[in-house]
Design a protein around this ligand. Structure first.
Ligand code: TYD
Ligand code: MG
Length: 512
């Protein structure tokens, strides 16, 4: 074990000099995390590891005067608290990242001196996004720094070249550059491409990174990734909980002191168990999650925590040859791609403050399993179970003995109650093997346990979005307003959506 560090139990705070598998204090397993021994100053500032003074240091200074003077009131200074109304409020300044969707998710842009954690599984596009952000900021005249612990400077340069110079991304630059060759081409590329104007430091040693950061004093810095930096005082491997916490903590101290906005990139594995981003969530100002399926081009950026904005917003991107492209007309695309086949319905959803039309697809097939499968993607699994139960009880669409698959198309995730009706109609349509009337048919609404359809937020914006994309007669809960085909119950909704004669037949899945 490295000198100057101790092992602290993350559950009970027990401290020991040596790493142990089981904490002698609370008997929990694998909870001991390596930390630097707090110094007197450190112990005051960094709440976490302070406390029972294992080292004997950290309590020394000034004890003589403190003793006796405090009594029951404690030995600290007495300050006068202020009324909130007397506290000055300066409007938060924002830097535009040049990427509208990202700015919106951040709450209007990057806040100077803030710490943003960008999490996502490997290969999802975190480096691409942060490269683009720094390129844009550099082009806007900001001082930037890209710290790469993962890739070499050459690798990062190769990506930066691809980003802007790809003809699809920059139609003007492509053909012109293609006509040049060799050295000329390289020089022209350099002068054209702001992504190449970003200073890079390929380094994994924390002290070196901190030293460079302090010296360069950039306004915006990207650390890619927090798991690759190594604090030499700790013996744990880079990426371990102790290391990640130490790295982020030290960077934060410096960033706050120097007003450097920092984007920390962090990998999350599928099970989220890897030491890393999760242990940092409380520390940073903003947690962004980059999601999507690697095989599909769509990527969704969500804020899980944001001290400077709402966590409702989501941004949609498409991964192309030339990097990430904002998807501004997502509704139009998803409606155009909707299959209109049995089992397909369009959901008029709300993504934060923005309406979005997405296709919900269902497949109902006879199951050979004792416990039939329920597979969802893009929504909560428990919600599907609930909708199936309501559908069986109040809509006479039974799915017992059938496998049910439900997919929100395009890799988008819908986390709102309005999805209920779409799932119900998609499953009913799939189970009967008939397409909905007037497909592509839009709908939204929450299902109550007694089979009633309940009002959901922003009906007018959902209806407007549906209308804008040529979908009329949207099935919606009572009180949704003009332009909606309002229905009060699930049964009425099925009647409105399924063609006559098909409504009361027994489902295909159960017949076969
Ligand atoms: P990357 O940003 O390296 O992912 P992460 O940092 O999250 O691990 O990008 C991952 C994938 O994106 C990579 O497999 C290739 C693809 N990609 C493109 O399709 N187009 C591009 O312009 C770039 C830069 C990457
Ligand atoms: Mg990367």
């Amino acid at each position: 074990m490295a000198r100057g560090t101790i092992q602290i139990c993350s559950e009970c705070g027990f401290q020991t000099a040596q790493w142990l598998g089981q904490c002698p204090g609370c008997e929990a397993w694998n909870t001991l995390v390596e930390e630097r021994i707090p110094t007197a100053r450190g112990a005051m500032g960094r709440g976490g590891a302070s406390g029972n003074g294992v080292t004997g240091r950290g309590r020394g200074g000034g004890i003589g005067s403190a003793k006796g003077s405090g009594g029951a009131g404690g030995a600290g200074l007495r300050l006068a608290p202020r009324l909130l109304s007397e506290v000055g409020s300066t409007p938060v300044a924002r830097m535009s990242t040049g990427i509208g969707e990202l700015d919106r998710v951040l709450g209007g842009g990057l806040v100077p001196g803030s710490l943003v954690l960008l999490g996502g599984s490997p290969g999802i596009g975190k480096s691409t996004l942060t490269n683009m952000v720094l390129g844009n900021l550099a082009a806007a005249g900001q001082r930037t720094l890209y710290v790469s612990g993962e890739e070499s400077a050459e690798q990062v340069r190769l990506r930066a070249e691809r980003l802007v110079l790809n003809p699809a991304a920059d139609p003007g630059a492509g053909p012109t550059l293609a006509m040049l060759s060799g050295e000329n081409r390289a020089r022209a590329a350099e002068s054209l491409n702001p992504a190449l104007k970003v200073p890079i430091l390929a380094e994994t040693d924390l002290e070196t990174v901190l030293g460079t950061l302090a010296g360069e004093a950039p306004e915006v810095c990207v650390i890619d990734s927090v798991q690759t930096l190594n604090a030499a005082e700790l013996s744990g491997a880079p990426g371990s909980v102790g290391q990640v916490r130490e790295v982020a903590g030290r960077i934060m101290e410096l960033a706050k002191a120097r007003q450097i906005a920092v984007i920390l990139v962090g990998h999350v594995t599928k099970d989220g168990a890897l030491a890393g981003p999760r242990v940092l969530e409380h520390l940073v100002d903003c947690v962004l999650q980059f999601e999507g399926e690697r095989e599909r081009p769509y990527r969704e950026l969500r804020a899980l925590k944001n001290r400077f904005g709402s966590t409702n917003e989501a941004g949609l991107f498409e991964m192309r040859q030339g990097g990430l492209v904002e998807v501004l007309d997502a509704s139009a695309r998803f409606v155009a791609e909707a299959t209109r086949a049995p089992g397909s319905v369009v959901l008029a959803a709300m993504e934060g403050s923005r309406p979005l039309l997405v296709e919900v697809q269902a497949l109902v097939a006879p199951s050979e399993l004792e416990q039939p499968r329920r597979v969802v993607s893009g929504m909560d699994r428990n919600r599907l179970a609930l909708v199936l139960a309501i559908l069986g009880r109040h809509g006479r669409v039974g799915t017992a003995g059938a496998d049910v698959f439900v997919n929100v198309v395009g890799g988008v995730r819908v986390d709102e109650p309005g999805v209920d009706l779409a799932v119900a109609l998609a499953v009913a349509s799939a189970s009967r093997g008939v397409a909905l009337k007037g497909t592509p048919r839009a709908c939204f609404g929450e299902l109550g346990l007694t089979g009633e359809l309940r009002w959901v937020g922003h009906p007018e914006r959902r209806l407007e979005e549906a209308r804008k994309h040529g979908l009329r007669d949207t099935i919606a809960p009572p009180g949704s307003g003009a332009g909606a085909r309002e229905v009060g119950t699930l049964r009425d909704a099925l009647r409105a959506a399924l063609p006559a004669g098909e409504r009361d037949q027994r489902p295909l899945a159960v017949i076969s």
